[in-house]
Design a protein around this ligand. Structure first.
Ligand code: PLP
Length: 395
């Protein structure tokens, strides 16, 4: 049995048509399959590899930490320097109110932890979320996900959750003294990149303050320079009560985090003790990898170049078949006339050595989120290949 047959037979399948290419190596912006064919990763492994695949500094950090120790004990008992030094680096680059980090295994677990924290801090249960938002696939995170098609088969879900349209002013009236938290993506990802109006986000912040409601911003995709600042919320002159991180947080290793003030986080220590429990959360190898990746990101000029590179994409990705664009930094969605057309174009891109995809709630939009280390020349070449793929797809 070859590896493809093993994949289809023994690996639980969740897609009727997985990409199904076997990669054997990844470095920088490239991946290579078993035949030696090279691909450009235009989606950064879904916004994970912001500093590229297997950056040498990240690989070294993984190797060094694995040689020292890997798992020791459940989260929060021993002092593990990969956790403490990474938490220090993160909080050094966050507003002073976000000074305490709970490291999790994944983005979804960060969402779960944050929702629990909001309930615990406020003593309330009502949660406000947004249509077409994605915060993870576990049952709590699924309950705040913003699309009934994806939620319905798993009901009953969490009660007391209310969804509103992103950027709609209707939500402001709904934030009241019964509300524990408002959870939203600083820039919506899976709806095909939708940024909030600054006044809208600030009005949510104000209303949350008025009623002591916690504001949770999910930057699991939007964080780590993707939108042109280290954290997307910096561009909206406001600060969340809880910040969710994941994906690029681990530099290619599994890691999530919810970050808030020490005072709020302290509620997890009593009534009941161990308010959130995780065995592998904050794994030392993941923390070492994530810290190395963040250092690479901060030491390079990558984030400062994001907005200029966004313009390169916007200038070169012009074709009559592309109906509209939405972008936020090096993060873009291209709209085509139908889901079928986009599937053909994505297939053709893969034939031409470009890995791309669609969006969960916008299947007529193509996802473009290259590693932030991609050079100008590489971006121009990628654009030319996309246009070539569109023309070859003959749609
Ligand atoms: N939040 C956002 C915005 C995401 O894009 C994702 C994953 O795609 C998650 C949360 C969940 O993260 P994970 O897949 O690590 O559970």
């Amino acid at each position: 049995m070859n590896n493809r047959q093993l994949f289809l037979r023994h690996i639980a399948q969740t897609s009727p048509s997985p990409i199904g290419i076997e990669m054997v190596k990844a470095a920088g912006i490239h991946l290579w399959d078993t035949t030696g064919k090279q691909y450009v990763d235009m989606i950064s492994g879904f916004s994970v590899c912001n500093v590229g695949h297997s950056h040498p500094k990240v690989v070294k950090a993984v190797q060094d930490q694995a040689a020292e120790y890997m798992h020791l004990i459940v989260y929060g008992e021993f002092i593990e320097s990969p956790q403490t030094t990474y938490a220090r680096l993160l909080t050094d680059h966050l507003p002073s109110s976000l000074n305490c980090v709970y490291f999790t295994n994944s983005g979804a677990e960060a969402t779960e932890g944050a929702m629990k924290l909001a309930k615990r801090v406020t003593g309330r249960s009502k949660i406000i979320a947004f249509n077409y938002s994605y915060h993870g696939s576990t049952q709590g995170a699924l309950s705040v996900m913003g699309d009934e098609y994806w939620r319905n088969a798993f009901r009953p879900l969490l009660p007391d959750i209310f969804h509103y349209d992103y950027n709609s002013w209707e939500v402001i009236d709904a934030i009241d003294s019964q509300t524990a938290c408002v959870i939203l993506e600083t820039v919506q990802a899976e709806s095909g990149i939708i940024a909030p109006a600054k006044e809208w986000l600030q009005a949510i912040r104000q209303k949350c303050d008025q009623h002591c409601v916690l504001l949770i911003l999910d930057e699991i995709q939007a964080g780590f320079g993707r939108t042109g600042s280290l954290w997307a919320f910096e561009q909206f002159a406001m600060v969340p009560d809880i910040l969710l991180l994941g994906k690029a947080l681990g530099g290619g290793m599994p890691l999530g985090a919810f970050i808030s003030s020490r005072q709020m986080m302290h509620t997890l220590t009593h009534d009941p003790v161990l308010g959130h429990i995780t065995t592998f959360g904050g794994h030392p190898v993941s923390c070492a990898a994530g810290k190395a990746a963040l250092e690479v990101l901060l030491e390079g000029n990558f984030i400062n170049e994001v907005k200029r590179k966004e313009q390169i994409l916007l200038t070169h990705l012009v074709h009559p078949t592309i109906l509209s664009y939405r972008s936020s930094g090096l993060w873009m969605s291209l709209q085509f006339a139908s889901d079928e057309i986009i599937r053909t174009i994505i297939h053709q891109c893969i034939q031409n050595g470009l890995i791309t995809d669609w969006f969960l709630f916008a299947p007529d939009r193509m996802r473009i989120a290259p590693p932030l280390i991609t050079s100008d020349e590489e971006l121009i070449k990628i654009c030319e290949l996309i246009i070539k793929s569109i023309e070859e797809a003959e749609c």
